[in-house]
Design a binder for this molecule. Sequence first.
Ligand code: AQP
Length: 347
Amino acid sequence: PRVIFSGIQPTGIPHLGNYLGALSNWVKLQNTASPSDELLFSIVGWHALTLPQDPQKLREARMDILAVLLAIGIDPDRAVVFHQDHNPNHTELAWIFNCITPMGKLRRMTTWKSRLATSRNMGEEDAVDVDDGGLNLGLFAYPVLQAADILAYRATHVPVGDDQTQHLELCRVIADQFNRNFKGMEKLFPLPIQLNTPSKRILSLRDPTSKMSKSAPDTSSRILLTDPPSTIANKIRSAVTDSIPGITYDPVNRPGTANLLTILAACNYDNEDVQETAGRYVGKNHGALKKDLTEAVVELLKRPREKFEKLRTETGYLEQIAQAGAEKARSRSEATMVEVRKRVGLA
Ligand code: AQP
């Protein structure tokens, strides 16, 4: 049986990138998993704190994400849905992992390097060995906490977007290191594998060289799962493309156009091959593509948005779901922690 774990940060309402790159896959996995497979989906508030958060907004975002997960079809009776910060086993395990993770590996994480590059105004390649001043330890250790999230449940499969591949590799390195350092009757941790969706990376609508992101300052760069049809239409209308006539799928020379085709292929035709999608636009223009894309996205998000709006008013119900999830998560991870403490000599 598989143990499937994934997480999402409560840093705002999820966008199409989160949905097509990860969340839709969670629902698919839930609906196709064998009954013996375990599923855990976590709202990772401790990860959100690695960047400055407004406390009131964070409180709201935690509820928003829970409501979104239920609205897109995650079933709390089938999957363990919980707030990371309701289970201290994650931070305990993260500390133990901190003590076996080489800092050099963390310095090589693209996410860290790009934060560093931004803060120092330099290219990622040059930002390897510079002084880390200004950035916090939590941000640096982000992937270690992520490894703890996954391994606390001894998860075997992790459905996350393409942007998380390097973190998953590090998670396997940490698992392997722990297994070597602290041998028992058997290896404690599996080496978890990434479960990618076909639409791995959705790009910003305003700057198709970077990924669609919750925290990008320009709100028209992302389509939120809760955007009404008129907002969706406006954002797609103003999406950056190119001035080359006709439609072709060419991610290198036409990243904006390719991104629109990727989204259309993913949402309209249940992950149709993107070349096939492009083939239907031979001789057509961006206007036609944007019109069809708007219809497809509006249709895709219609039901989740309606459900979200209803659920978001049911605060008591959401709190009850969160509490039940936390209890299950704690008891599930405690089994791992008992063994971890014993092996490292803290029992
Ligand atoms: N643009 C994307 N395309 C495909 N997948 C994506 N994911 C995020 N952006 C894209 C996937 O969504 C899941 C949840 O992400 P997260 O909220 O935990 O963190 P993130 O990757 O940092 O997402 P954001 O939207 O960019 O948030 P902020 O701006 O707060 O950092 C992950 O599986 C991720 O791969």
